[in-house]
Write a protein that binds this ligand. Structure first.
Ligand code: A2P
Length: 315
């Protein structure tokens, strides 16, 4: 299955994507995992300048064409993202050009602003220092995102980790509205309010950390450990991961799932020929909610982040 994006991208977005964020970056591992994914049928890949995986993803896409696994570039949907240190109007276009060079591509299918956070320009440091945060020129940065789209370097443009408040700021001045908002979304962080807003505005939602992520915060994985999901999986004869991914898909959201293991990559694709029951959906709707990724995690120092822009990260 595929999703048509509002900008009428080169090709519709395949209804499941493969994530490539992985630390530390081991280029061969990423290239091999992407090639295995292409063989299995994945056609949608997600990277970011911040991940350092653009070159390996680009190698894999080029190799897939050489091997005849895909007939042409147009068969593959590639997303990359503008990092916080590049969130200045004059840096948007050069950053995309650099990403394209890393990816060995002439265009990306989707270009996203990675966070509604602007950091002092310079090399990407993660986590960043609090004092490196600078005011975000939403109007100016979005104008340049629109320029990327106009030039055909990004077939569609969008945002990531944006709340309804951040989206309001973009919508107020946009000529080309964002096609996508990529956010943390899974049965343990369902994002109902944000999804309602996006549906109203015609913004497609894609879900990162659909399986609860890679234990970034050291708090374990509330999705893979969920007893409710385990119970449903048992009753349906599916894996817990498949239940989580199927639920996301049934919400009209596109999961971006990361696995570098061939069996799990295959398993994660097998979610399109069965359904959850109303009772399953009711049980999932009652799962206690917990957000795992926060903007404060971008910064090294502890304590409350007081910026009004980030105060509403929850919605
Ligand atoms: P692995 O690469 O070893 O498969 P995310 O929520 O960010 O997509 O991350 C999911 C994490 O869960 C990844 O670290 C991935 O590790 C693991 N994973 C991916 N698919 C499955 C699956 N089907 N079953 C169990 N774990 C999975």
């Amino acid at each position: 299955p595929e999703v048509a994006l509002r900008h009428g991208s080169a090709r519709p977005m395949p209804a499941i994507g493969m994530g490539t964020a992985n630390f530390p970056v081991v280029p061969e591992t990423i290239r091999d995992a992407v090639l295995a994914a292409v063989e299995l049928g994945y056609r949608h890949f997600d990277t970011a300048s911040m991940y350092g995986t653009e070159p390996s993803l680009g190698d894999a896409v080029a190799e897939a064409q050489r091997l005849g696994l895909v007939a042409s570039r147009e068969e593959v949907f590639v997303t990359t993202k503008l990092w916080c240190t590049q969130c200045q109007p004059h840096l948007v276009l050069p950053s995309l050009r650099q990403s394209l060079e890393n990816l060995q591509l002439e265009y990306v299918d989707l270009y996203l602003i990675h966070w509604p956070v602007s950091l002092k320009p310079g090399p990407a440091v993660f986590p960043a220092k609090r004092e490196d945060a600078v005011p975000f020129d939403f109007e100016g940065v979005w104008r340049e995102m629109e320029e990327c789209h106009r030039l055909g370097l990004a077939k569609a443009i969008g945002v990531s980790n944006f709340t309804t408040g951040h989206l309001d700021k973009i919508m107020a001045t946009a000529t080309v509205a964002p096609a996508v908002n990529q956010v943390e979304m899974n049965p343990v962080w369902q994002q109902r309010k944000l999804r309602e807003y996006c549906a109203e505005k015609g913004i497609h939602v894609t879900a990162y950390s659909p399986l609860g992520g890679q234990n970034w915060s050291g708090q374990g994985n509330a999705v893979l450990d969920s007893e409710v999901l385990a119970e449903i999986a048992k009753a349906r004869g599916k894996s817990l991961a498949q239940v989580a991914l199927r639920w996301i898909y049934e919400q009209g959201v596109t999961p971006i799932v990361k696995s570098f293991n061939k069996d799990r990559l295959k398993q994660n694709l097998e979610i399109f020929d069965w359904e959850l029951t109303d009772n399953d959906l009711r049980k999932i709707s009652q799962i206690p909610q917990k957000k795992m990724v926060t903007a404060t995690g971008l910064f090294s120092s502890e304590g409350e982040f007081t910026s009004a822009d980030l105060a509403d990260m929850e919605i």
